[in-house]
Structure formats: C-alpha cells, structure tokens
Design a protein around this ligand. Structure first.
Ligand code: FE2
Ligand code: FE2
Length: 369
C-alpha cells in the first residue's frame, strides 16, 4: 500500500475505489462480503486505502483555510422504537415479528443507499464562484458516490451492508420468517412524502444533489443510534443465537459508515465555505443553502419520522402479540419500559443573517448582493 502524501488533494476514481489486499475475506452467513481482515485479524473497511487519507486531507485543508466542519448535535438523534429493553422483552416472549421487521427495514434502507450513484453531478465550476479543485466536492462524481453506493448495496459478487444486515439478522434470530410486505410498506410511505424545493434560486440539478447529500448525511449520522441498538440486541446472548458473529457483523458495518459521514460533511462544509451562483445570475452564500437543507431535514427526522416509525411498529404489534398467543398484559409491560423523548427545540441550522429567505431578511436585496 503506497503511502499517501498529506499534501495530495487529487485522486483518481480507481484510487478512491481501491480496497487493497486482504489476508482473509469477510464471509457473512456464507455470503462473501466486502472488506476483509489483515494479517492480525483486524477488520479493514472496503475502498479506504486512498479514500480515508483523501478525506483526512480535504478536512485538513478546510481547517487550514479557517472553516469548520458541520456538526450535528447528538441530542437530536431519536431513540429506536422498540428500545433494546423492549425488543428483548418481545423476543423473550416469542414475539419476534416486529424485531425481524425492524432489522429487515435496516437492510432494505442500506440497499437504498445505492441511489447516491444516480444523483447527477452538475458542472461544479459553474455552480460556485470560488474554485473547487482538490476538494471532496470535486470527487463526488469521481469515486465518492460510487464507493458509497458499493458499500451499501454490494458490488458484483460481493455483498455490502444490505447483505451484512440480513446475515446478522439470520444468524442471531436463526433464519426467521421475514414478513413479505416490508419493502412495500417502506415504498408506500416514501411515496407519500412530498419533496418541495428548498433552494428554488439554484439550478434544479444542483439543488437535487445538495438536498440528497444533506438528507443522506443526516440519515447516516442518525443511523449510528439504530446500529447501536442492533449491535446491543444481536450481541446479547439472552436473545441472540450467535451473539459474537452477529455483533461483529454490525461492528464491521459501523466502521464502514465512518467514511460516508466524513466525506458528506466535508463536501457540505466546502459548500458552506463557498458562494453559489443562482439561475438568475445572482449569488447565494453556500452557508445559507446548507443551513436551509439541514434545518428542514433535521426537523423532519426529529419530529414526523420518529412518530411515523413508532405508529408503524404499533400498528402490527397487537397482532403480532396475539399471533404469538400472548395477552394484552405484554403490551402493558412493553409500554412500562418506555422512556418518553422530545426533540431539542433547535436543530443548530436555523436561518441566520445572510439568508434572504430568513424572516428578518425577507426580500432584503442586499442579502443577495
Ligand atoms: Fe451502510
Ligand atoms: Fe452509509
């Protein structure tokens, strides 16, 4: 493996997709998956030989130029429903359907991550007033989106996170029956969500790319909570048939997620440090665009989405309990384990000075410069 000079900011697509060699492959329930083990038996994530140092170099450059990386308040992350304690109670009582469903949803949503490679990348030199050479932004369409897609959905004969989660579920819960309507219900819910334009002053492709990145960044960061839930549950010998293997599987997935979070927050921070060109020949501070997208996303992910998820689980819960031959008292015991959660009042990305759409500045032409 060639050492990467810290001064290097440009990488080819092949380099960003390079995994290097492994001493042993990662097999998940007999499925060959990405990544593998080095001579010491340590897991190494796929496609990180150059991608990891590249991201570190772009971050160092941003810091050297006096810009901060965007951060999300961890208090914004909603808890998983059912919680680990609630999930354990259900499994112990033989009500495994809601847990199998939750784990299957995770695997499907991981697979959806592949859509990131279909996001058109507009001409970024025309989109920004400042240069974009040698940044994460300049590499989105040249390896970063593709590496991300492969990590999530697998590539060729190698499984990715989708297959790893299926394996973790099947090992821990001994090849459970998977409800047939999981995908359909996710699709139905997605179809109901309306996408409205938050940055109508920008070219539609540019807005679509930035909006997708902001959404995926928030989802990736929030997934840490869900994955922690999965790891704790599936590595618990009281409920998991293969606690060590299933728990390790989730840990490998979690370590693969680091580059996703890091390249997206780097690229969005690079946007925030720049100036966007609008379709009518004016400009929009990149910071305003990023704040507007992140604020809207975080509002949805901390309010409607946890309510929706909970309602969805509750809908099938009474049925699943009845099917398992358990009584209503189980629902009561489950509810007694509940700790209420309210999202923080602020997302940390509230509109601030310089946003022409912010209430205090509405219609202020000076803000558009
Ligand atoms: Fe993933
Ligand atoms: Fe990811």
């Amino acid at each position: 493996m060639a050492a990467v000079s810290p001064e290097r900011f440009d990488f080819s697509e092949e380099e960003l997709l390079e995994s290097g060699g492994y001493d042993a492959p990662l097999l998940a329930n007999q499925v060959r998956c990405h990544g593998g083990f080095d001579a010491r038996g340590e897991y190494r994530s796929p496609r990180t030989v150059h991608r990891a140092p590249a991201i570190a170099a772009w971050q160092a450059r941003l810091a050297a130029e006096g810009h901060e990386l965007i951060r999300l308040d961890p208090a914004l992350m909603p808890p998983q429903y059912p919680s680990v304690a609630q999930a354990k109670l259900l499994l112990a009582e033989g009500v495994s359907d809601p847990i199998v469903r939750a784990l299957t949803i995770i695997s499907i949503v991981e697979g959806f991550g592949a859509i990131i490679r279909d996001v058109p990348v507009p001409d970024l030199r025309a989109s920004f007033r400042e240069p974009v050479g040698g940044t994460a932004l300049a590499h989105l369409g040249r390896g970063l989106f593709e590496a991300h897609a492969r990590d999530e959905a697998g590539h060729r004969d190698e499984g990715g996170h989708k297959q790893l989660w299926e394996a973790a579920r099947d090992l821990a819960l001994e090849n459970p029956r998977v409800p047939g309507d999981v995908l359909m219900r996710i699709m139905g819910r997605r179809a109901q969500r309306q996408r409205r334009r938050l940055l109508p002053e920008l070219d539609a492709d540019l807005e679509r790319m930035l909006a997708t990145m902001a959404t995926v960044l928030a989802v990736e960061i929030f997934a840490a909570r869900t994955f922690d839930w999965g790891e704790r549950l599936l590595s618990d010998p009281e409920v998991s048939a293969r606690p060590e293997e299933a728990g390790a599987m989730v840990r490998y997935i979690r370590s693969d997620e680091t580059p996703h979070v890091e390249y997206l927050r780097t690229a969005l921070s690079e946007v925030a440090a720049r100036t966007l060109r609008t379709v009518d020949g004016r400009i929009l501070p990149g910071r305003v665009a990023v704040d507007r997208l992140m604020h809207a996303n975080l509002r949805a992910l901390t309010s409607e989405r946890p309510r929706e998820n909970r309602a969805d689980v509750r809908e099938g819960l009474a049925d699943a309990i009845a099917r398992a031959g358990r009584g209503d008292d189980l629902l009561e015991r489950l509810d007694a384990l509940e700790t209420p959660w309210t999202p923080p009042a602020r997302t940390g990305f509230e509109p601030r000075d310089g946003d022409p759409a912010a209430p205090a500045h509405h219609g202020d032409p000076a803000a558009l410069a």
